[in-house]
Unconditional design. Structure first.
Length: 277
């Protein structure tokens, strides 16, 4: 892979007033990544805040012009009927860097997102149309090639609203990777809604480690309760609730920031929601 970047700079008239102070100009870089093996081209942007510009300059200057990467396929025995999947993968090898995660033809039409949190790679994919019958590699992890095989371990694997049955246990290549873990989470977890920001409707997903009474409540920026999306006893596993930015009486709310709170026993978790009308 080859990485190209080009700096840009333009004046802001009038200056943009932010919580960090006024910005009189905007500086950043346009990025272009070329994959010679697949002939793929990706575009991106690095646009730091003014006080972070020096750090970003040093980081980009240190980037190699060419990246050596390897694609690690994640395989499954059968993908038919899948509408959504979530993977939590522990990056056991020190220094493993994830460059990209891409869906294969088995996930045609799926929107694939990924994020690395500490030593865990989180992958989410969703589609409005269920996947057709098929088996084999359904996603590829593009990792920086450091000369040794990566050690990877499943922490959690979920298809649709349920854990994957044993016969759907994924397989990794290369063979040095380790696959283990339970389909049920070991702790309750409220995930970030998708899409966010949203216009129309968004989906909130959360995992329960054990059967419990759960309440999912939405508050406005002033801390006032606007609606209760869910209040009931639920089984352990993954649950999803949709919200169309209406209050408890079905009235449409104004654009702005809202807070979703998941309350289970003595535990409370929150995420921020942004509704744009």
């Amino acid at each position: 892979m080859q990485l190209h970047w080009r700096p840009y700079q333009w004046a802001l008239q009038p200056p943009l007033v932010t919580a960090c102070g006024p910005w009189s100009e905007r500086c950043g870089w346009l990025l272009r990544l070329e994959d010679s093996q697949s002939s793929g081209i990706g575009w991106g942007e690095a646009a730091p805040a003014p006080h972070e510009h020096a750090l970003c300059t040093a980081a980009i200057s240190a980037l190699p012009a060419e990246l050596s990467a390897s694609a690690v396929p994640v395989e499954i025995d059968q993908v038919e009927g899948v509408l959504a999947l979530d993977l939590d993968i522990v990056l056991g090898s020190e220094g493993v860097r994830v460059l990209d995660v891409r869906g294969t033809d088995l996930l045609d039409g799926f929107f694939v997102l990924h994020n690395v949190v500490e030593d865990t790679l989180k992958v989410a994919a969703t589609s409005a149309r269920a996947a057709s019958a098929g088996s084999g590699a359904f996603v590829e992890l593009v990792l920086e090639d450091v000369g040794t095989d990566p050690e990877l371990r499943f922490l959690q694997v979920l298809l649709n609203d349920d854990g994957i049955p044993i016969e759907y246990e994924p397989r990794y290549e290369p063979s040095t990777a380790v696959v283990e873990g339970s389909a049920l989470p070991n702790a309750s977890y409220l995930r970030q809604n998708f899409p966010n920001p949203f216009n129309g409707e968004t989906v909130l997903a959360f995992s329960l480690a054990e059967p419990t009474h759960a309440e999912l409540i939405v508050y406005n920026a002033a801390g006032q309760r606007v609606c209760t999306l869910l209040r009931k006893s639920l089984a352990a596993g993954l649950h999803r609730v949709s919200w169309d930015a209406t209050d408890g009486r079905g009235r449409k709310l104004a654009s702005g920031r809202y807070i979703a709170s998941l309350e289970t026993g003595n535990d409370r978790q929150t995420i921020g929601l942004v509704f744009v009308e």
